[in-house]
Design a protein around this ligand. Structure first.
Ligand code: 0X9
Ligand code: ZN
Length: 311
């Protein structure tokens, strides 16, 4: 089925159906792979978009969204990116010339579904914890690099930043880990979509130190922020997550850089909307998503410019 991405929010099942329809419509450019299952046995799928020239092992841009259930605008942007690369291929050819794009629109499938059916502001997963009173783990505190610090995560299942009992004790973070590791020999850019706050957050989250590639990552974020402000007046700040927002221990971008060899890893906090910031009106999807795409596109162009493959 086609999907009116700018006209509504969609369930995990609807998004999966849409992903599954793409290889038939774009046999030269799209394929779908299931990488695992959520705790409640929802299939976790990944879309690869490529230019069909037959070259394998190109460097990769990996984008995920909805690690946090309630951040619905993030999957909307992921779907819009997919449409731009496929339906609007002519205009975006250059983005696929030397890079493959891999997109996972919904990481936290169970939580995302729960936020549609039961509790709009649910953040965590739906796997029970050792505490019968509290369900769910924060996936973005469950990754296995510098996991388990009390600065930036919590051992208490009652908290929104509960980190789990062990690193990677959630099937959904295992799936993202497996993807990151699978592409670790060619992972140039990992972009994790969240809301809200108008930030480009760079590693590290777990320490006030900066990673060795920090200045290059800042140039990429700068390209995104500049493109957005020029086109729309919307202002983004950028810098290390630790300094700019708050410390995090066990987040996915720290893991991507430290363990999966990502050259650039950025958490993009999209603009706020609606009552609590996580729930923009349907009428605001188009504005947020089209302006955000301008930033994502500019960051990708900067990554491509900086890290030209040799061949
Ligand atoms: O807390 C988070 O996981 C992210 N913010 S959100 O409001 N979407 O929950 C920020 C993660 C990256 N930030 C840092 N490394 N500080
Ligand atoms: Zn988030």
């Amino acid at each position: 089925p086609r999907l009116d991405v700018l006209g509504g929010f969609y369930t995990h099942a609807e998004i999966n159906e849409y992903l599954d329809s793409l290889p038939e419509r774009y046999p030269q450019h799209a394929f779908v792979k299931q990488f695992g299952w959520s705790y409640e046995r929802r299939p976790l799928k990944l879309l690869t978009i490529h230019n069909g020239d037959g070259r394998s092992n190109k460097p990769v841009i990996f984008i995920d969204a909805a690690m946090h259930a309630r951040e619905w605008i993030a999957p909307s942007l992921a779907l819009y990116i997919i449409q731009q690369l496929l339906d609007n291929y002519a205009e975006n050819k250059q983005l696929l010339q030397d890079y493959d794009w891999i997109i996972m629109p919904v990481v936290n499938a169970d939580g995302y579904e729960f936020s549609h059916t039961d509790s709009r502001y649910w953040r965590k997963t739906r796997k029970p914890t050792w505490d019968p009173e509290n369900i769910g783990t924060d996936l973005n505190r469950n990754f296995g690099y510098e996991w388990g610090h009390d600065e930036g995560s919590s051992p208490d299942p009652a908290e929104e930043i509960y980190r789990g009992e062990h690193a990677f004790d959630q099937p959904e973070s295992q799936v993202v880990r497996d993807i990151l590791l699978h592409y670790s020999d060619r992972l140039t850019f990992y972009l994790s979509l969240h809301s809200y706050g108008n930030f480009f957050l760079l590693p590290w989250g777990h320490t006030s130190d900066l990673p060795k590639n920090y200045n290059d990552m800042m140039e990429v974020a700068d390209a995104g922020a500049l493109a957005i402000v020029q086109a729309t007046n919307e202002i983004y700040s950028y810098g290390s997550g630790y300094h700019l927002m708050y410390p995090t221990s066990g987040d996915s971008t720290d893991y991507a850089v430290a363990v999966a060899n990502a050259t650039v890893a950025i958490t993009m906090e999209l603009p706020a909307g609606g009552f609590l910031g996580f729930d923009p009106w349907v009428s605001h999807i188009e504005g947020i998503v089209t302006e955000s795409w301008i930033g994502v596109r500019a960051m990708a162009m900067e990554v491509i410019r900086r890290y030209q493959p040799e061949s």
